[in-house]
Design a protein around this ligand. Structure first.
Ligand code: RB5
Length: 149
């Protein structure tokens, strides 16, 4: 439970971000809130970059990004070298993207899922380890695409 969780959102998801921070704090996680902190309209790539860079710099950490759909955040975060961000909307994918893809950022859609589903997905994501083995080769291939294109 020592890993840091970096979290960010946009205006569509401030309420969900704050609820998730409280939820993770209650469980004893160290959560770093990278903003925004007020409800004004913001551009989600700014926060995707902040969380992406923080997660890449702190290898033991994980990230959570929340926008309206989770999609814009995932597209933007995946442009940061070293990020593997997965937009998910149910628990099975949130767990498997850790086990098989070694995803380091979970992207959620505050206009897609409710807070109780989001909490269960966050639990699955932060509590599941990468399995390695045959999955390591495939993750290495993903990262080679980043290097070579
Ligand atoms: C903001 O209106 C919305 O476009 C954003 O939260 C997100 O859903 C983008 O993917």
């Amino acid at each position: 439970m020592s890993k840091t969780i970096y979290i960010g959102c946009d205006h569509a998801a401030l309420h969900m971000k704050n609820d998730i921070i409280g939820y993770l704090n209650d469980k004893g996680y160290n959560v770093e809130d990278l903003g925004p902190y007020t409800p004004e309209s913001v551009d989600y790539p700014i926060y995707a970059e902040k969380v992406g860079k923080a997660v890449v710099a702190d290898k033991a950490s994980l990230g959570i990004l929340i926008c309206g759909t989770g999609i814009g955040m995932s597209l933007a975060a995946n442009k940061v070298k070293g990020v593997r961000a997965a937009a998910c909307s149910e628990v099975y994918s949130a767990k498997l993207t850790r086990q098989h893809n070694d995803a380091n950022i979970l992207c959620l859609g505050a206009r897609v899922i409710g807070i109780e589903t989001a909490k269960m997905m966050v639990d699955a994501f932060v509590e599941t380890d990468f399995e390695g083995g045959r999955h390591q080769r495939r993750v290495d291939m993903i990262m080679a695409l980043e290097e070579n294109n």
